[in-house]
Design a protein around this ligand. Structure first.
Ligand SMILES: [Zn+2]
Length: 321
């Protein structure tokens, strides 16, 4: 706990916090020291000193001094615990995104070192290294992410809160191929997400320019289509679109949407495709459902030997609603 506290304080330097609170100061003749009016008591001549290197303050007027936690206790009338919670909250959204990106980058770096991961990608027909990088596909061998991130200064509590580390303190992802969204792409738990990390449609910045868009279920479906040259494909990592993703897809009127969902035996994919197609059509979008051979999804279709021309025919023959 004491160690995590140090890291939390390091992540938000006292001076940076004070500047966020519009404390104005000038540096003294010692380069790392700053002086300004005391935020803790009324005064007209500056007597509040901050040592930026040590992350400590001292006021010669009221005699108060200490670290950022002490400053929060005094200025916001919080208990020690409340100050900690306040501090953690201050940095929360940016820090969470930063940690997820660090985790994704770390997993991506692991990928080439694990033959089982490369074999799995080969089975799924993904061979384009640039594409793996673009989709931030990585491998979680298990047992090294926690060390990597805590060494870099991220508190264990945050890693647990994000679902990267479980409550027993172990890496949550173990021997699995994952991507930026923390989604497991392996066959063991195919539908697991990190809480709260589902964002835009995948690669929406590059796909939004197209007047015709192909929506698929899975990241490997997307990879297969991109490799075959269909760069207008995107994916919501599942059949359910969040309201924000739905708005993205239905943004400009007239965009044609092809739904190429899993044609598995369970039919869940087809029902989801029908429901989504109706909703899109209500927004005035021309929608068509792509038929694939029974039991196939776009990924298995290409892995099974289909070519770009075959899929083009499937697009042409897609059923309008
Ligand atoms: Zn003071």
């Amino acid at each position: 706990m004491a160690e995590d506290l140090e890291k939390l304080k390091q992540r938000l330097p006292l001076l940076e916090y004070l500047q966020q609170q519009h404390w104005s100061a000038r540096s003294t003749s010692h380069g790392t020291e700053f002086v300004g009016l005391c935020p803790l008591h009324a005064e007209t001549r500056p007597s509040f000193y901050v040592n930026a290197r040590k992350n400590l303050f001292y006021c010669h007027g009221c005699g108060q001094g200490g670290d950022l936690i002490r400053f929060l206790e005094l200025s916001r009338h919080l208990s020690f615990r409340q100050s900690l919670a306040y501090l953690a909250q201050q940095k929360a959204p940016a820090l969470q995104a930063e940690v997820l990106e660090k985790a994704a980058a770390f997993y991506h770096q692991q990928l080439p070192h694990y033959p089982e991961a490369l074999r799995y990608l080969q089975q799924r027909g993904v061979h384009d290294a640039a594409l793996l990088h673009e989709l931030q596909v990585g491998y979680a061998p298990g047992g090294n992410l926690r060390r990597h991130l805590t060494t870099a200064g991220y508190p264990l509590e945050l890693l647990q809160h994000l679902g990267l580390v479980n409550l027993r303190g172990r890496d949550a992802f173990y021997r699995r191929v994952v991507n930026l969204y923390g989604r497991s792409l392996g066959s063991v738990f195919p539908h697991r997400f990190l809480p709260g990390s589902k964002g835009d449609l995948v690669a929406w910045e590059s796909v939004r320019q197209f007047s015709q868009v192909i929506l698929v279920e899975g990241l490997f479906d997307l990879a297969a289509l991109w490799q075959a040259g269909f760069r207008n494909a995107t994916c919501a990592l599942g059949t359910h679109l969040t309201p924000a993703q739905f708005r993205q897809l239905s943004g400009p009127p007239g965009r044609r949407v092809y739904l190429a969902f899993d044609q598995g035996d369970h039919q869940a994919g087809q029902h989801a495709a029908q429901a989504l197609a109706h909703r899109l059509q209500q927004q005035g979008l021309p929608v068509a459902i792509v038929d694939l051979p029974t039991g196939q999804d776009p990924n298995s279709y290409f892995v099974g030997g289909a070519r770009a021309a075959d899929f083009s025919l499937r697009l042409q023959g897609a059923r309008p609603l």
